[in-house]
Design a protein around this ligand. Structure first.
Ligand code: SAJ
Length: 409
């Protein structure tokens, strides 16, 4: 059967490649012409381990093709971004635009799946958007089990850096607007899913995805708060956590420079926006994690003030180890704030990108090689624990000030 995937990002592209690899005919749709051209050449426009090999295979085999607009299919999968707007209100405009785009080609019996992380109620809203554009068809919110079109929310839960393995192996939650919707979606994911598939309703599936990421955010906030308290109390937080975690029911996560990425730094706000009065813990966790970059900047600033000519090697920009994704990255925020505050000369190192993001480039910063930067600097600021950073020459570090935000050294 034919599948049309809307949005060729970190989720849509790997999912398309996996469906194609399991024998389905897949059309990948994106609004960016450069992404479409790159995919049609068999080259991913994002970095994810093993995706390049798989994509080349399925494109050469003629099972995956990309285009700017959708075409008729048996199933449509929406994997477009859901960022937030000012005031942390979720922005579902990309979902609405994708819905309007597929509405023209929808036919009786089609299945529409929302994979994008979404605020509560979006799946029902999707049904209404589609119904507005296609009064000749019936949708689950109007016709229930008898609807012409089936709609379900199947949130992705894959970890960037391990997407191709996790997309196949992870359990999946399938939230149908009706029972038949959930059944139809289950059949589709059975094509490749090795993990269990758990059917539920759409609202529960929406909330489960948000709760998973809020859970992680709250736990990281706990670690980050401890790290700031320990800094003040002159306690080594890494040793503290190692010892506390020897307790059989304690598992404290790792502090860091802050929380980045397009999921954990965003999704908890969707819960807060839905019920601000009853979500003080989730909101506070977000605020603690958002305050961590400022804490790191202050610490570096205080060290720099002790040197005549501070030269700071800023090691890593991505939001976590061994990925190229700079979205919501606390490391980028920290480097930008250091540059704006004029805290010494900054040597930025990020082996996973070829160019600095615009907001850093305009400040006159440049990309440096790890060895040259660590050699030249008198302050080493470790922001990301990339595998290639972990082995550092003892002689190089010896006489320098080290701020290790990841506890990697
Ligand atoms: N981080 C810490 N300390 C830790 C763990 C993480 O500071 O102990 C930081 C990371 O450095 C990074 C951020 O948190 O800046 C998030 O990284 P992550 O590896 O925890 O998660 P993501 O954002 O890459 O992917 C998450 C995953 N969600 C959960 O683990 C609950 C993934 O399964 C989801 O599919 C993904 O969000 C998503 O798309 O929602």
């Amino acid at each position: 059967s034919r599948v049309c995937v809307m949005g060729m990002g970190y989720i849509g592209l790997p999912t398309s490649a996996v469906f194609a690899n399991h024998g389905l005919e897949v059309l990948g749709v994106d609004v960016k012409p450069a992404a479409v051209e790159s995919i049609n050449r068999g080259q991913p426009h994002i970095v994810e381990p093993e995706l390049d090999v798989l994509l080349r295979q399925v494109v050469q085999a003629g099972r995956l093709r990309a285009a700017l607009t959708p075409e008729p299919a048996d199933a449509f999968i929406l994997a477009v971004p859901t960022p937030f707007m000012a005031g942390h209100e979720p922005d579902t405009s990309h979902i609405e635009a994708a819905a309007r785009a597929i509405a023209h080609v929808l036919a009786r019996g089609n299945l529409v799946i929302l994979e994008s992380t979404s605020p509560i109620g979006t799946t029902e809203q999707l049904s209404r958007w589609l119904a507005q554009a296609r009064p000749d068809l019936t949708f689950p919110h109007q016709a229930g089990e008898l609807s012409d079109i089936r709609i379900a929310h199947c949130p992705e839960r894959v970890l960037p850096g391990h997407i191709l393995r996790e997309v196949v192996e992870n359990d999946r939650i399938i939230g149908g607007l009706t029972r038949k919707c959930a059944q139809a979606a289950t059949l589709l994911y059975r094509v490749f899913a090795k993990g269990q598939i758990h059917p539920t309703n759409a609202r529960t599936a929406e909330m489960a995805k948000l709760a998973e990421n809020a859970f992680r955010d709250v736990n990281i906030a706990f670690a980050n708060e401890l790290s700031m308290i320990c800094d003040r109390l002159r306690i080594n937080v890494w040793e503290l956590i190692r010892l506390a975690n020897m307790h059989p029911r304690v598992n404290i996560l790792r502090p860091g420079p802050g929380v980045g990425g397009h999921c954990i730094a965003v999704d908890p706000w969707f819960i807060v926006a839905a019920d601000p009065e009853r979500s003080p813990l989730i909101r506070t966790a977000r605020e603690v994690n958002e305050a961590k970059p400022g804490f790191v900047v202050d610490k570096v600033r205080r060290h720099a003030a002790t040197l005549k000519q501070p030269v700071i090697a800023c090691l890593g920009l991505s939001y976590k180890a061994d990925v190229d994704d700079l979205r919501e990255s606390p490391a980028v925020t920290i480097v930008e704030e250091l540059a704006r505050a004029g805290v010494g000369e900054l040597l930025v190192v990020e082996p996973h990108v070829n160019a600095l993001p615009e907001n850093l480039a305009v400040l006159g910063l440049q990309l440096w090689d790890f060895d040259r930067a660590t050699e030249r600097a008198n302050i080493l600021l470790l922001l990301v624990d990339h595998a290639s950073f972990l082995t550092v020459d003892h002689d190089v570090v010896k006489d320098k000030i080290v701020v290790d935000t990841r506890g990697a050294w």
